[in-house]
Design a protein around this ligand. Structure first.
Ligand code: FE
Length: 145
C-alpha cells in the first residue's frame, strides 16, 4: 500500500476520491471488488479461515473495520463477522441487483464495496457481515512476552 496516499489506519475523515484515481492506485483485483462491487470466489480469499487474533482494516483506505473477536467461522467461504468495530466504520446500502434483496456494506471512510450483511449470524447481534478478503487488510495482534 506504499503507493496509496489515502491509506491511513488512524484517520476516519471521509474521502472523496474518484474511481479514475483509485484505478491508478489499487491492484486490479482489489479495484474490481471495491469500486465495481465485485465478489471474490467463495473459499478463495486469504481470510475466510483465519482465526488469528488481530485487526481488519479496509484494504483501500486503511479504515479500521473489524476485530478478530467479532469474527466467526461461517460455511459460506468468505470472512464473516457479527459486528463492526465502530457503528460508523461501515455504511449500509439497499441492494436489489441480481434479482435479490440484500444490504450492501461499504467502507464508512472511502465508500468502497466490502460485501453484504445478512441476519443469520450468531449471537449477540445475529448479523453476518459477509466480506471479501481482497478488500481487507489483516494485522495480527502483537503479543508482549
Ligand atoms: Fe475504506
Amino acid at each position: 500500500m506504499s503507493n496509496n496516499p489515502y491509506y491511513n489506519r488512524n484517520e476516519v475523515t471521509h474521502l472523496n476520491v474518484s474511481n479514475a484515481e483509485w484505478k491508478k492506485i489499487l491492484p486490479a483485483d482489489v479495484y474490481k471488488i471495491a469500486r465495481e462491487r465485485g465478489t471474490e470466489w467463495a473459499f478463495s480469499g486469504k481470510y475466510w479461515r483465519t482465526e488469528t487474533h488481530g485487526d481488519y482494516y479496509c484494504a483501500v483506505c486503511g479504515n479500521h473495520l473489524f476485530k478478530s473477536d467479532a469474527k466467526f467461522m461461517s460455511s459460506c467461504g468468505w470472512p464473516s463477522f457479527f459486528e463492526s468495530i465502530r457503528k460508523d466504520s461501515v455504511r449500509y446500502i439497499p441492494d436489489h441487483t441480481h434479482g435479490m434483496t440484500r444490504v450492501e456494506v461499504v467502507c464508512g471512510r472511502c465508500d468502497s464495496h466490502l460485501g453484504h450483511i445478512f441476519d443469520d449470524g450468531p449471537a449477540p447481534t445475529h448479523q453476518r457481515f459477509c466480506m471479501n478478503s481482497l478488500v481487507l487488510d489483516f494485522e495480527p495482534e502483537t503479543t508482549t512476552a
